[in-house]
Each structure stands twice: as C-alpha cells, then as structure tokens.
Design a protein around this ligand. Structure first.
Ligand code: SF4
Length: 249
C-alpha cells in the first residue's frame, strides 16, 4: 500500500484508494488493473476486491508516519477523483497532505471534470502537485479543467502517449512527463510526437521529463531522447532546497 516506487518521477507511492474503472484509451492496458488482479490471486488482503474501487480509511494518515521528506505519488493504483470516492474522503487525504509539509505529493487524474467541480471545496497546500493524464488529443479538455484548479504546481502526464499532441495549451502548466506504453500489448509511440512536446515545453518554459520509450521490453528501449536524458522537475517552485537535495541523493 505504500512502497518505494520504481516510477522514475517519484519516490514513494501511497494508496488510500485502490481499484478503478476505465474512462479513455489511455486506460486500455492499465498497469494498476493487471497488478491488482495479480495481487488478488496471490491472496494479498488489501487486494481482496481485485480492481474494484476500495477505500482504505486506515491508510489515510500513513505519510504522517514517514519522517524522511519524500516525493509521494498519491493513488498509483487508482484515481482519487472518481465518483465512487466521496468528497469527505478526498478532503481527509488533502488534510493529511497539508499537515505533512515535509513531503511533496503528486496526484494524477483522468477525472478532470470532477476535479474541477470539487477543487474549490479543497484547501490546496503548497506541497500538492496536481496533474492530468493526456494520452492523445481527444482528451485535451482535461488540461483546460486543470488550468482552473488552484494548485501551486500543475502537470501533465502524457503516458502512454498514443497520438500526436501538437497544440498543447501550456499556460499555467509547470511540468510535462512523456512516456511510451510498456507491457505485452504496448502501443507504439512515435519519436516525432515526443520531439514536438519537448519543443512546445521549451517554447513555453515548462519542465520536461522523458520517462521511457516503453515497448514490450522497455529495458531495451531506455529513456534517452536523441542521446539525452530529460529529468526536469518543478521542485524549485516549492522553494524547498531540502527537497531538491533529496532528489539528487
Ligand atoms: S484511470 Fe488510471 S487507474 Fe483508472 S483504469 Fe484508467 S489508467 Fe487505470
């Protein structure tokens, strides 16, 4: 439920909610679904419901027990803003983030409509980064929703990138992550799509993070773009040198 993460752009994951439902093409080969079903088969108690939405009240306070400052991805196994998660539960998650300012929290959703609807009922502490997934141009509307959310840091996760994104509205966006799909049925990501996003980020002065090429054997394709690794992050926006230091350790 809380683990050191292998995800390149974070350090820890925290899952007060598990399980989800699919909403767009980016969900087609959902990694969380595969993992949840595997854990259920292995008899892991937390995943006795498999990929059905499950609230874990006892996990809501967990990051308060972690003394070491960390970058934490919230709900890697779910989507905090899905309708099945009551607003009071979301408020409790935000309350935990607010009272643990030594951590940075990254929340990612595909439910941008609900995010926008409830955003004004939430307090937005400086250490919360809010992002939306944008896998292709059909879901650009998620960015417009995110732009109305009063989060200190806003970001896009263009992963799995399955189509070109040549006109990203980057006003008010601080960070863009790009990654190709991995796994047995991975859909191909074209290099020109990635280069276009990098060029748009450079033009708009937005941090760019290239996570991976992906593919069936992602360790063979790596994460270099034209010979270069892109690991930019908007840490300085939080103005916390300690957090910068922990990222480079
Ligand atoms: S929103 Fe995320 S967790 Fe939910 S099904 Fe889609 S990819 Fe999986």
């Amino acid at each position: 439920m809380a683990t050191n993460s292998k995800i390149e752009w974070t350090q820890m994951t925290w899952n007060p909610v598990t399980g989800c439902t699919k909403v767009s093409q980016g969900c087609k080969y959902c990694y969380a679904e595969r993992l949840a079903n595997r854990l259920q088969l292995m008899g892991v108690k937390r995943y006795s419901n498999g990929f059905k939405v499950t609230l874990h009240e006892d996990m809501v306070d967990l990051p308060a027990k972690w003394k070491k400052p960390s970058i934490i991805f919230v709900n890697s196994m779910s989507d905090l803003f899905q309708e099945e998660v009551p607003l009071d539960f979301i408020k409790n998650v935000f309350h935990t983030m607010e009272r643990t300012p030594h951590h940075v929290y990254q929340i990612l959703t595909k439910r941008s409509k609900r995010l926008k609807e409830v955003a004004n009922e939430l307090d937005w502490p400086f250490n919360v980064w809010m992002g939306v997934s944008v896998e292709d141009a059909r879901v650009l509307h998620r960015i417009f929703d995110l732009q109305e959310v009063p989060s200190k840091v806003r970001f896009l996760s263009c992963e799995p990138l399955i189509g070109p994104l040549n006109n990203l509205p980057l006003k008010g966006i601080d960070w863009v992550i790009v990654g190709g799909e991995s796994g047995p049925k991975a859909r191909h990501m074209k290099k020109e799509w990635v280069e276009s996003i990098l060029a748009q980020c450079r033009e708009a002065k937005v941090d760019f993070f290239f996570k991976q090429w992906g593919g069936v054997r992602k360790h063979l394709t790596g994460r270099k773009l034209n010979g270069q690794t892109y690991d930019e992050m908007p840490l300085a926006k939080n103005n916390l040198s300690a957090q910068l230091a922990l990222w480079s350790r």
